[in-house]
Design a protein around this ligand. Structure first.
Ligand code: FE2
Length: 482
């Protein structure tokens, strides 16, 4: 959308300049201000220089000690943060692809290799076979690990899959009469990796059953040892006319012990923000009419102010969303220090980190649109169900052709670590569930219903903040509209 906005201004970008723009979060208005029709990497240098000069004039924001009420004795102040980021699972600083055919081949190969390794841990009915030699196994029962390339319904109402592995391609038929396999197959999506049990016939395998990589049913977890809590936010949309500033100020006041249940407020050591910090600019056509602030830097200044207003012992952890000032395609790298201009832990979307012994998966949730459009049992009303589908697949966004994907050397959208807490945003609707041993949180929004959402019949749940107490494994929602 960002590049499309530039096209409308008749501006073209050189390939090496595109990468530079992503790396330094250069905005549309900064590029327009160069006043050239073809932008090379060299043209962008002065933008960084100008930023540096402006930074010199503007003192680094120091976190002033927020004065807390005398009767507020926050427990979280007594403890340092316990955060371990799984750097290898975050694309930030590692985006190297040129987007060529071979990059896509390697990207899907990486997905297949990592997910098939998970599927190999299933205790095996039938010996495993490669697709290359499958025609020699006619009449035998086998298991195959395949990527689904195409899903079709046959004239008789059965499901026909075109599948591939690293050695070849074949077809799989799931008959309506095989109820277990057929029910599962109705939920298949393109480009996901599955395990299929079945009998080999000359032209296809007749499936008996299939499995997704999935999470372990139970797993051993480290026990959180400190009585601390985290709040989960997303979709603040600073800069939007619909931003609910009054409710948001109530939340900020509550964090500083100026509200009900001070004891709980004092336990909050971590604030997660799963993207869409600001409303951005040029995200959709005619967005200007929905904006209070049309300068993206000024939108982020409001976020900086918010961080400054939080008690200084609170750690803020953020990842970007589709409205933020990084590339739209996934995986998204972290927002830059220049943009955020405050003391927060800025990570990519998705990212994985261990906080208070709880493994967290943090992702904006952009793929929800694709999931909801593809699987009939999903809706914007129950985002937690979308999140369960991701966990089953151990993949955040398998369907190629929906969300824009950058074919990195590694598929960062694979869910490598089994998460204790999964945090998404994006759909502006609070939703929670527990799936196997994972707690699922969709954190809603601080933006009021937009005209677009009204037309879609989509009802958001603004200003409702989930808070999780680690030691007690307890999740509750605080309602700041009251
Ligand atoms: Fe949003």
């Amino acid at each position: 959308m960002f590049m499309e906005g530039l096209k409308k201004h008749g501006i073209r970008i050189a390939l090496d300049a595109e990468e530079f723009i992503t790396q330094h979060s250069i905005t549309e208005s900064e590029i327009i201000s160069i006043n050239k029709k073809f932008i090379s990497k060299e043209d962008l240098g002065p933008i960084l220089k100008k930023r540096e000069e402006e930074k010199d004039l503007k003192p680094e924001p120091k976190k002033a000690e927020v004065s807390l009420p005398a009767d507020f004795k926050p427990l979280a102040k007594e403890y340092g943060p316990e955060i371990k980021v799984r750097e290898s699972l975050d694309v930030t600083g590692k985006s190297r692809t040129e987007g060529g055919v071979s990059d896509f081949v390697n990207y899907f190969r990486n997905r297949y290799e990592r997910l098939s390794a998970l599927l190999r841990t299933y205790s095996g009915r039938y010996p495993e076979a490669d697709l290359e030699g499958i025609s020699k196994l006619v009449g035998q029962k086998v298991r195959v690990i395949v990527m689904v390339s195409e899903i079709r319904e046959t004239k008789k109402g059965n499901i026909l899959l075109q599948v591939e592995d690293l050695t070849g391609q074949f077809k799989i038929v799931i008959s309506q009469r095989d109820e277990i396999a057929f029910t599962k197959a109705k939920n298949l999506v393109n480009d996901e990796v599955i395990l299929v049990y079945g009998k080999v016939l000359p032209a296809f395998i007749v499936a008996e059953d299939l499995e997704w990589p999935d999470l372990s049913v139970t797993r051993e977890k480290k026990k959180p040892e400190r009585d601390l809590a985290a709040v989960y936010l997303s979709d603040l949309h600073f800069g939007s006319k619909q931003f609910l500033g009054g409710y948001f100020n109530r939340f900020t006041d509550w964090m500083s012990g100026r509200g009900e249940n001070q004891e709980l407020a004092g336990k909050v050591k971590y604030v997660f923000v799963a993207g869409d910090i600001v409303d951005g600019i040029g995200i959709y056509p005619n967005q200007e009419k929905d904006l209070d602030i049309v300068d993206v830097f000024k939108q982020y200044e409001l976020f900086t102010d918010f961080v400054q207003e939080l008690p200084d012992y609170v750690e803020v952890i953020v990842c970007p969303g589709n409205h933020d000032a990084v590339r739209r395609a996934e995986p998204m790298p972290a927002l830059s220090k220049e943009i955020l201009n405050c003391d927060v832990l800025s990570l990519g979307s998705p990212s994985t980190l261990c906080v208070e012994n709880s493994e967290h998966l943090l992702y904006h949730g952009t793929s929800a649109d694709g999931w909801i459009a593809t699987l009939s049992h999903l809706s914007y009303d129950k985002p937690e169900k979308v999140m369960v589908e991701c966990l089953k697949r151990r993949h955040l966004s398998p369907m190629f052709g929906g969300n824009a994907i950058v074919p990195e050397k590694m598929d960062y959208l694979v869910i490598e670590k089994e998460p204790d807490i999964v945090h998404f945003g994006h759909v502006h609707k609070n939703g929670y569930t527990r799936y196997r041993d994972s707690l699922i949180i969709n954190s809603g929004t601080f933006q009021d219903t937009t005209e677009f959402q009204q037309k879609q019949g989509h009802i958001p749940t603004p200003a409702k903040v989930p808070i999780y107490e680690f030691m007690h494994d307890k999740l509750r929602t605080l309602d700041f509209t009251r």
